[in-house]
Design a protein around this ligand. Structure first.
Ligand code: ATP
Ligand code: MG
Length: 341
């Protein structure tokens, strides 16, 4: 299929399932801003609140607050609600309407292979929600209801994007037309998978029960410095070459975080810090993290002082999103034979 038939359009989402982390910022949001500012694509960014209730029950007040805080985070990192479309998922019902159709396209076997499902459902899959299992079909609908061609995400979402492509391809094949684009994942940068500060084999997550495992965009300078100081490392000095980090996941993680924050290559970090012990490197990293994150934290808290303005931005964004999604859903209904009068 010629991708050129689809206008270049970016979609990505973040769940209001907790506060924003350094992983969300470096793995996803930094690139959201680059893609917005490049001006080559229309950019659509979503607070996926319907995904946030799949794993655990969310206290309604907290969910509302997290959604507003996420919106404040998007704006504080540089998303302009005029240039990009910024809204929360539940205000655009076309997402869940298309998700139902995709529930009927995706196969149980495909969904059962999703590693996020296995990780999040854990040993007690019988007790997990049906929504957690169906999550990737809703994610495919989030993307494809806009005919989005590019999706910037962290490495952990790669498999869900492959599923999105499979769903689009099966729909196109089943109905004999190239209706949905085969979306390209955009997974780039030094920190596509920021790891948990206490366990370098697990990714940093906003929903992890332990706050020590992550840096939140709302943490104070003292909290950031303390979490980096206490991050798990090893007693060896930083090596000269990246190959020296291969079996040292915690060390590699801190080097990658430094590189992503400083906008330099991981090798350039080693060129500057080879031979340093973690006691020293952690101080440099904490200074850099505070320098880059403090302005974001300040701006988020300023925006949170006016929740009514945030709600207005989300409402306006949802109207603009619906203008794109509604006709695509209507065409989908026509293709599959839903009668409209
Ligand atoms: P949850 O624990 O509730 O799943 P999360 O921290 O994984 O929260 P999501 O809302 O699921 O955040 O993901 C939002 C975006 O952030 C996605 O593009 C995802 O790939 C990216 N992302 C999440 N965690 C990391 C990480 N540790 N490193 C890099 N990118 C990440
Ligand atoms: Mg996640």
């Amino acid at each position: 299929m010629a991708q050129t038939q689809f206008a270049p359009r970016v979609f990505s989402g973040i769940q209001p399932s907790g506060g924003l982390t350094l992983g969300n910022y470096l793995g996803a949001m930094k690139r959201f801003v680059t893609m917005q500012d490049a001006g080559t694509h229309q950019t659509i960014y979503c607070m996926v609140d319907l995904h946030a209730i799949t794993a655990t029950l969310q206290d309604p007040q907290t969910l509302r607050r997290n959604t507003r805080e996420l919106c404040a985070g998007f704006i504080a990192v540089g998303i302009d609600p005029e240039k990009s479309i910024l809204f929360n998922q539940s205000q655009v019902p076309e997402h869940t309407q298309l998700a139902w159709i995709f529930n009927c396209i995706a196969r149980m076997g495909w969904m059962g292979r999703m590693t996020q499902w296995k990780d999040k459902a854990g040993k007690n899959a019988e007790a997990a929600s049906l929504g957690l299992f169906a999550y990737p079909a809703l994610m495919a609908a989030d993307i494809l209801v806009y005919h989005a061609t590019h999706v910037p995400v962290g490495e952990d979402q790669k498999q869900h994007l492959e599923l999105t492509r499979d769903i689009a391809a099966k729909f196109n094949h089943d109905y004999g037309q190239e209706f949905f684009p085969i979306t390209e994942p955009v997974i780039e940068g030094a920190a596509t998978r920021v790891m948990n500060l206490q366990d370098g084999t697990k990714k940093m997550s906003k929903s992890d029960p332990s706050d020590k495992t992550r840096i939140n965009l709302t943490d104070s300078a003292d909290e950031i410095a303390k979490k980096i100081r206490k991050a798990k490392t090893d007693p060896d000095a930083l090596p000269e070459a990246l190959s020296g980090l291969e079996t040292r996941p915690e060390a590699r993680n801190l080097v990658n975080i430094y590189a992503a924050l400083a906008d330099i290559a991981p090798q350039a970090v080693l060129d500057q810090h080879a031979g340093a012990l973690f006691g020293h490197f952690k101080i440099a990293l904490a200074d850099l993290a505070v320098e880059k994150l403090a302005p974001i934290t300040t701006e988020m808290s300023r925006l949170m002082d006016d929740p009514a303005e945030i709600d207005r931005i989300l409402g306006r964004g949802a109207e603009r999103a619906r203008d794109i999604a509604a006709p695509i859903l209507a065409q989908t209904y026509d293709i599959i034979g839903m009668l409209r009068s």
